[in-house]
Design a protein around this ligand. Structure first.
Ligand SMILES: C[S@@+](CC[C@H](N)C(=O)[O-])C[C@H]1O[C@@H](n2cnc3c(N)ncnc32)[C@H](O)[C@@H]1O
Length: 235
């Protein structure tokens, strides 16, 4: 079996794992963002915050922390994930404009060396905002557990222009396009990629297509099932 998926809480699962076993961390945690005002951001429904048609996808939790608690929670799970990674393992963590500073701090507080920020340009296909700038970009903060693993390989792009629906329709409210995930996974060493917030397993699909192995965690049963289905289709 080239993949494993666990239907449980990421932190509880991570602290139970042995140290130094995974080759890379590629993950897209809940952003606890969205909306303009605190009331919008702390709403229970993730779908209402991120979608114009909220009932298209199952709901998921972990989206209603304020920034202070989001930073503390992020430091907790990142610290637990750091312990499970091999020395030199790369870490790539999605975030948005609002949580960029908080997530940068949490990554470093957890012991990673923060090395840069990749821009994901979602193209003009994103929801327009009349009279304002388009919310067209999300970010992938990248770093490593100690020295970066690859000193001789190719240079990877620092900006990706990929529509949200590239590679097929989304299977999650905030699903990431598989071609983008494939480009990120290319910078990982061979071996096992860990994603403790697997959602519909876009990281997992990209990882399997690259010939690497995948270990994921997803707390919501509805998404766990979708993810298992997608991973099984990859073999
Ligand atoms: C932003 S989504 C990931 C989407 C994924 N990248 C995709 O393309 O489908 C974050 C996921 O983390 C899950 N999640 C939130 N809190 C969690 C926790 N404490 N443990 C495990 N999963 C959690 C949510 O249910 C959600 O599916």
């Amino acid at each position: 079996m080239h993949w494993q998926l666990h239907n449980t809480d990421a932190i509880a699962w991570l602290i139970d794992q042995s140290p130094d076993q995974f080759d890379a961390l590629v993950t897209d945690p809940p952003y606890s963002s969205g909306g303009l005002h605190t009331k919008d951001r702390t709403a229970d429904s993730a779908n209402k915050k991120y979608l114009s048609s909220p009932s298209l996808y199952p709901e998921f939790a972990g989206e209603n922390r304020d920034q202070f608690s989001y930073m503390q929670w992020s430091t907790l799970w990142l610290t637990a994930a750091h312990r499970t990674l091999k020395p030199g393992a790369p870490a790539m963590i999605f975030t948005d404009w609002r949580q960029l500073a908080v997530m940068s701090s949490a990554i470093q507080a957890a012991g990673f060396t923060l090395r840069g920020c990749i821009a994901w340009d979602k193209t003009e296909a994103v929801r327009p905002q009349k009279g304002r700038f388009r919310q067209q970009a999300e970010f992938i903060l990248w770093g490593s557990k100690g020295p970066w693993h690859d000193k001789a390989g190719p240079t990877h792009p620092g900006v990706f222009r990929v529509p949200v629906t590239a590679g097929g329709p989304k299977r999650h409210t905030t699903g990431k396009p598989v071609p983008l995930m494939e480009a990120l996974v290319k910078a990982c060493p061979p071996g096992i990629v860990l994603d403790p917030f697997a959602g519909s397993a876009s990281t997992g699909v990209a990882t399997l297509r690259s010939g690497r192995r995948f270990v994921g965690v997803e707390r919501e049963e509805a998404y766990y099932r979708i993810a298992c289905e997608r991973l099984s289709e990859e073999g």
